[in-house]
Ligand binder design. Structure first.
Ligand code: ZN
Ligand code: ZN
Length: 474
């Protein structure tokens, strides 16, 4: 039995792991690479396996770096099942539809652009590079949706006489799963492989804590924050409150670039508590992300997936994602009208500022000293969000340079990812059972350092694989 690491190796995005048991072939995740153009170009490269030979894809959660290439897989002949929880299916659908639309708009913009120095001459389809064309369309996403089979957490499911799996709660975003597989090898032995997916931070407000898994022969574990500890969640929340209060007093704008899934809902959840507890009032909050609004509606459909805190609010009759002063923006015209406003909060995507409506808001606000930019999520190298976090004083936005006079706040207590201590705690749950722990979904130096620390701590062999490396699981 072999595993091939087809993405998220020594980097955070592009999660895709190919397991070939001999007569059953499956993927765990089929995600997109995200970041600067040269990284995203990898999404156009052929898969290192034949999509039509894959029997199933097990999808850990709906983030684009885990589901983003499913439509490509289907376009290239995959006809098997996609297995996930119900919220993951619904959320992945809106994530992929949104991506299809963005790519279509992007494509039309490129076609309308003069090409080859010809004045007034428009580009033709033939003159575009392959990676300038849409990766997939809405129709492709519909095909993906049809292939989903959903299961609850904790049910053991037998796929055939050799493969059994079970999903557990990863506590990362709504519906996120850890996958446990029991696979019978040719020698008649059963091997257990566990994929962590992205692991959440214990104590997050809406989702439950990650389930502990007690044994495995092989573990494939994420390492996004394998080198650092998050600030305490409560401190982070207080910091957000004081930023909002100050902005209100000075009539400055607060921009929160936010991922549409989970992060936006977590931020809304905290602001809801500020408002309900009368710690904050009179500051208008604009949710300027149609996708985040759709995701929030899906969250509302699955209260069974909430943890105790969020359930308690619901029982008291408080909608955890709504409060007086919250405005939902739909059209781009409405979004543009926010330019003239002062003393407001804008929550908009994309989470790493490499596209979406947040880019316009940054352009309009970044030179103003009263602007607060609140970073609440992971920023991949090469993105505008990362440059802001790194404190660059002049930044390029949509082709022009702007002085960055805004106050930048990095609130990593909102992270939907386990930190170094949480990851180690989770891995310790396996005791000494794993033969090897593979560390993926982390930048190279971070994954390496974490691998070393885990080895010192647990005395279990750790390994950081290379892209497309094949490893035999004995
Ligand atoms: Zn994720
Ligand atoms: Zn991820």
């Amino acid at each position: 039995m072999n595993i091939q690491f087809c993405g998220a190796t020594k980097t955070v995005t592009g999660s895709c792991f190919y397991v070939d048991t001999g007569d059953y072939k499956f993927l765990v995740d089929c995600g997109a690479f995200q970041g600067p153009d040269e990284i995203e170009a990898k999404n156009y490269e052929p898969f290192p396996f034949n999509p039509s030979e894959i029997d199933a894809v097990f999808l850990t959660h709906a983030h684009f770096d885990h589901c983003g290439r499913l439509p490509v897989l289907v376009k290239q002949g995959f006809r098997g099942r996609i297995i996930s929880t119900q919220p993951t299916r619904d959320l992945a659908n809106i994530v992929l539809l949104d991506a299809a639309n963005l790519q279509k708009e992007d494509y039309e913009r490129r076609l309308a652009r003069p090409r080859n120095g010809k004045k007034g001459g428009l580009a033709s389809e033939g003159s575009l590079y392959e990676e300038e064309k849409p990766l997939f369309t809405e129709q492709d996403v519909e095909e993906v949706y049809r292939l989903f089979n959903v299961y609850p957490y904790s049910d053991s499911v037998t796929l055939n006489d050799k493969v059994e799996f079970r999903m557990r709660d990863a506590g990362h975003i709504m519906g996120s799963a850890i996958f446990e597989f029991w696979i019978q090898t040719d020698l008649g032995r059963t091997r257990k492989i566990v994929f962590s997916g992205d692991l959440g931070q214990p104590g997050a407000r809406i989702v439950k804590d990650p389930d502990m898994i007690r044994e495995a022969d092989y573990v494939i574990c994420e390492s996004t924050y394998g080198d650092r500890l998050h600030r305490d969640r409560n401190e982070t929340v207080l910091e957000l409150l004081s930023i909002l209060q100050e902005a209100k007093k000075e009539e400055g704008n607060v921009l929160i670039p936010s991922f549409a899934l989970e992060r936006t809902q977590e931020v809304l959840y905290e602001i809801n508590l500020f408002v309900e507890n009368r710690l904050l009032s009179g500051i208008p909050v604009y949710l300027d992300s149609p996708m985040a609004s759709k995701a929030t509606n899906i969250f509302k459909q699955y209260p069974d997936f909430y943890d105790e805190d969020a359930k308690r609010l619901l029982e008291k009759g408080d909608d955890p994602f709504n409060f007086s002063g919250l405005h939902t923006i739909e059209s781009t015209d409405e979004s543009k009208r926010l330019i003239s406003k002062r003393g407001i909060v804008i929550i908009a995507g994309s989470g790493m500022c490499n596209g979406g409506r947040i880019v316009h808001h940054l352009k309009n606000n970044i030179e103003n000293k009263k602007t607060h930019i609140v970073i609440v999520g992971y920023q991949v190298k090469g993105t505008l969000g990362r440059r802001l976090v790194d404190g660059e004083k002049v930044v390029r936005i949509m082709g022009n340079e702007y002085d960055n006079n805004a106050q930048i706040h990095t609130l990593n207590g909102f992270s939907a990812h386990a930190d170094e201590k949480d990851l180690r705690y989770w891995l310790r749950g396996f005791g000494h059972t794993p033969k090897r722990i593979f560390l993926v979904h982390g930048e190279e130096d971070i994954a390496n350092k974490f691998a070393e620390n885990v080895y010192q701590d647990l005395q279990i062999d750790t390994y950081v694989p290379d892209l497309n490396e094949i490893v035999e699981l004995k």
